[in-house]
Each structure stands twice: as C-alpha cells, then as structure tokens.
Design a protein around this ligand. Sequence first.
Ligand code: FE
Length: 131
Amino acid sequence: MDYKTQKSDAEWQAALSPEAYRVLREKGTERPFTGEYNHFEEQGTYHCAGCDFPLFESTQKFNSGCGWPSFWGELESANIEQQSDHTHGMKRVELLCSNCGGHLGHIFNDGPPPSGKRYCINSVSLKFVPK
Ligand code: FE
C-alpha cells in the first residue's frame, strides 16, 4: 500500500510514544479499560494519532462496555481501510488509517442499529480534537 504519510521505522519510533508505536506500527492492542478515550464523552473529532487524519466524530461514539472506545460509524469511509486479519486464531477485519497505514483496531458486526457495526479502536491510536 502506498500511503500518503510514509515514515521509516526509526522516524515512527521517534514520533510516537512506545505504546503508540507498538499499537499503530506493530498492530498491538492496548489493555482493555485502560485507554484514555474508553470513558470519554467530549464533543469533537477523533484523528489518527500517527498522522492527524480525521477518522471519527464524537457523535458516532457509543459505550459498548468492551473496554475500548467504540464507534458505530466513521467520518468518511475513504479514511479508514479494512483488511482481513487471521492472526491469533481468529477471523477478524482489521481497521487501518488510510493515510498512514497505522493500525487502529478491528470492526465487528455486534454494534447498535442502524449500522450494526462496532468499530473497536485503541485509544492510543487516536488523538481527540475538541469542537
Ligand atoms: Fe494515520
């Protein structure tokens, strides 16, 4: 994939916290119920923590109880890429920032109506921009 924002591993490591690097660049997962935005209800926009690309609106956030910030929809479908992920013995769909390729989380089909989707996102992959 040719992403608009491209950095070497060393550049990403310098730009991100160790935890953000592990999640965004190494497809890690933050521990549930520990993320900054798990319980967070301010009004604004959630951007990619790697490249500042806008990804979600606070109006799309809901409390899923799963331990990670959850959204039922995304700002622009072109801004988030989906990829099938068969790691850890599961069949999942991974979500990536389509501007930098950063790992965001996964999408599941157990969200609220009308979309029925749950975008399960690592807090550390996000940067909140208040309205
Ligand atoms: Fe990004």
